[in-house]
Design a protein around this ligand. Structure first.
Ligand SMILES: [Cu+2]
Length: 333
């Protein structure tokens, strides 16, 4: 049997439909915060109104084309018309209403999403865009971390977006809109997460070599788990004294102290991510490598090999040095 033309479309339809289902971590159509829910509500309202308009305009067009087409029986030119006040007013005023219908909710949501928080228990986070990773500071809670931002469920979170280098854009599709991190100014974004779990984020403004590898995660915890996380991040890393000393010596010897901080030690530099609790993160190098001994070794051995242009240089360390550093960092839970 020869396939009909319609049946040839079947694979295409399947591919298109496959794109609609499933768990797509970077899909903006899946909303898990008050902010993304409101954005999607505006989006779908605009979509359905424009769909209706499309049908009306195309329907009118098709009707006119069919109804008034030349039939070959005309004896004279059709009546020539110049201007029609009523029609012209209609198609000027109607679009004004339509555009207002789009603009008012959009602009007011933009303002609402960047207003500073007024809620008592809100959590403030300073998010700093770096090349090519993110630092997160909780100024009121005394915690600094990197690439994994923990937030409590159902609580207002105000993120203050900053950069001291180039422009980045902070984007967690399921939790918040894209918003730029611009050197010299502070942008705000406010949201309440509505689902527990891990959400993917990504820098959305080209910022140099490893822009595409500049990822991060937002971990939504229950308020109890969040309090526990904060407490554990504030405490010094639980490392056995002997391991800690030998490990830190290796860390110092290899020059890592020039760029990294580990609370409770003399390392206090802020060029690279804070490593006080690096062992507690699920990923390293801004969400591109799972945090395990193998990957830590790979990273320390040759960062630019993992992440082109990395601001952490290849320090030409021996395999023994790399191994002891990776083992030490793993203990910093
Ligand atoms: Cu970037």
């Amino acid at each position: 049997m020869k396939p009909t033309r319609a049946s040839l479309l079947l694979p295409l339809v399947m591919v298109v439909l496959a794109a609609c289902g499933g768990d797509h971590p970077m899909s903006t159509f899946i909303a898990h915060s008050d902010l993304t829910r409101e954005i999607n509500a505006i989006y779908s309202r605009i979509f359905w109104w424009t769909a209706l308009l499309f049908l009306l305009v195309q329907g009118g067009l098709i009707y006119v084309v069919l109804r008034f087409r030349a039939k070959g029986t005309e004896t004279a030119n059709p009546e020539q018309v110049h201007g029609n006040i009523r029609l012209e007013l209609t198609w000027t005023i109607l679009p004004i209403f339509i555009l207002m219908h789009i603009a008012i909710p959009t602009v007011s949501l933009i303002f609402k999403s960047q207003a500073q928080t007024t809620e008592e228990n809100a959590v403030l986070v300073n998010a700093l865009g770096k090349q090519w990773w993110f630092a997160f500071e909780y100024p009121e809670l005394g915690v600094t971390t990197a690439n994994e931002m923990h937030v409590p469920l159902g609580t207002e979170i105000e993120v203050r977006l900053q950069s001291d280098n180039v422009i980045h854009s902070f984007w967690v599709p399921q939790l918040m809109a894209k918003r730029d991190m611009v050197p010299g100014r502070v942008n705000h974004i406010k949201f309440k997460a509505e689902k527990l779990g891990e959400f993917y984020g990504q820098c959305a403004e080209y910022c140099g070599d490893s822009h595409a590898l500049m990822k991060f995660r937002v971990v939504v915890d229950t308020p109890e788990d969040f309090a526990k996380w904060i407490a554990s991040q504030k405490a010094p890393a639980e490392t056995e004294a002997a391991t800690a000393q030998a490990g830190f010596q290796a860390f110092q010897g290899a020059g890592c102290v020039a760029c990294h901080a580990i609370n409770g030690t003399t390392a206090a530099a802020v060029i690279g991510p804070d490593l006080t609790h690096v062992g507690s993160r699920t990923m390293i190098a801004s969400g591109i490598l799972e945090n395990n001994e193998e990957n830590l070794k790979k990273w320390i051995k040759d960062p630019p090999g993992v992440k082109p242009g990395s601001k952490m240089p290849n320090l030409n360390l021996s395999d023994e040095q790399v191994a002891s550093l990776a083992a030490y960092l793993q203990t910093l839970k």
